[in-house]
Design a protein around this ligand. Structure first.
Ligand code: SF4
Length: 273
């Protein structure tokens, strides 16, 4: 199975270059073993794909990861999209016991305290549910674009995800944000109103901020981790181990700062721990 899927991924990758996004989606339906799952984050790229899939009535399953920390605007958009197209976007939720353990351990906003805590939160709220969302799927569609960030430049239209054993396709990979914005405007695609307030990449509310003029598109996500690295030189010690950080008291949301823990000091568990 993996050989044939790997070969098919390479074929589709070649074919995609000459096709429109709708033709790409149609080709995936024709060639990739069902079910094909599209994981939407309800961002503008994903809304364009949702529009194409629902309008053309393609047999692709839409799923979204409800982390429990999304913006109210994202929930409203979710409902409005289902109402407009008359199709369901299925929800994937974190496992309740794992979520309780996470929050009881690191606090409700533990992700601000250290990169490991953030990764743990993403693990429980996003990564594990994503695994279940894709279990048994032959194909996985995403709304990734090549120019979103430097670490996406090495990606391709279609690849074989060896870890999950499925074909991963990015039908908007060569589209720019502006092209997608124009498409959405002309086609009447519902989009998140936060985009108009300079929230370009929208994820969980506590981990997303609006961009300042000139900032790259992904700068509004987990911005404090980069700040921490840049200002304090934290996290990687001379022996290669990762050090921990704690929140500076009195911080305000959107202006989070950390300071280094003393050697051997216990990492914070959260404000009330
Ligand atoms: S983006 Fe933030 S709130 Fe959302 S899962 Fe990751 S750390 Fe948790």
């Amino acid at each position: 199975m993996s050989d044939s899927r790997e070969t098919l991924a390479a074929e589709l990758d070649q074919a995609f270059a000459e096709l429109t996004p709708l033709e790409r989606l149609t080709l995936l339906v024709e060639r990739v073993e069902a079910p094909i799952v599209f994981t939407t984050s309800l961002g503008i790229e994903d809304q364009m794909l949702t529009h194409l899939i629902f309008t053309a009535k393609l047999p692709i399953v839409l799923k979204t990861l409800d982390t429990g920390r999304l913006f109210p605007e994202s929930y409203t958009l979710w409902r409005e999209t289902e109402e407009k197209y008359g199709r369901r976007i299925k929800a994937m939720y974190p496992q309740s016991e794992a979520l309780e353990e996470l929050v009881n351990d690191q606090g409700i906003d533990g992700f601000y305290y250290a990169p490991e805590f953030r990764k743990a939160c993403c693990g429980v709220r996003k990564v594990e549910p994503l695994g279940r969302a894709l279990a048994g799927a032959g194909g996985w569609i995403t709304g990734l674009r090549r120019d979103q960030s430097a670490n996406r430049e090495g990606m391709e239209f279609v690849g074989y995800d060896a870890a999950r054993g499925l074909i991963k396709a990015n039908p908007l990979f060569d589209w720019t944000r502006e092209e997608i914005r124009l498409f959405a405007e002309e086609a009447g695609v519902p989009v998140n109103p936060l985009h108009a307030q300079n929230f370009l990449s929208i994820g969980c509310a506590p981990c997303t901020r609006a961009l300042q003029p000139g900032e790259p598109e992904r700068a509004g996500r987990w911005w404090w981790e980069e700040e921490t690295m840049r200002e304090c030189g934290l996290h990687i010690e001379a022996d290669g181990t990762v050090s921990r950080a704690r929140l500076v008291p009195g911080h305000e949301h959107g202006d989070v700062a950390f300071e280094r823990l003393a050697p051997g000091e216990t990492p914070p568990k959260g404000p009330l721990a």
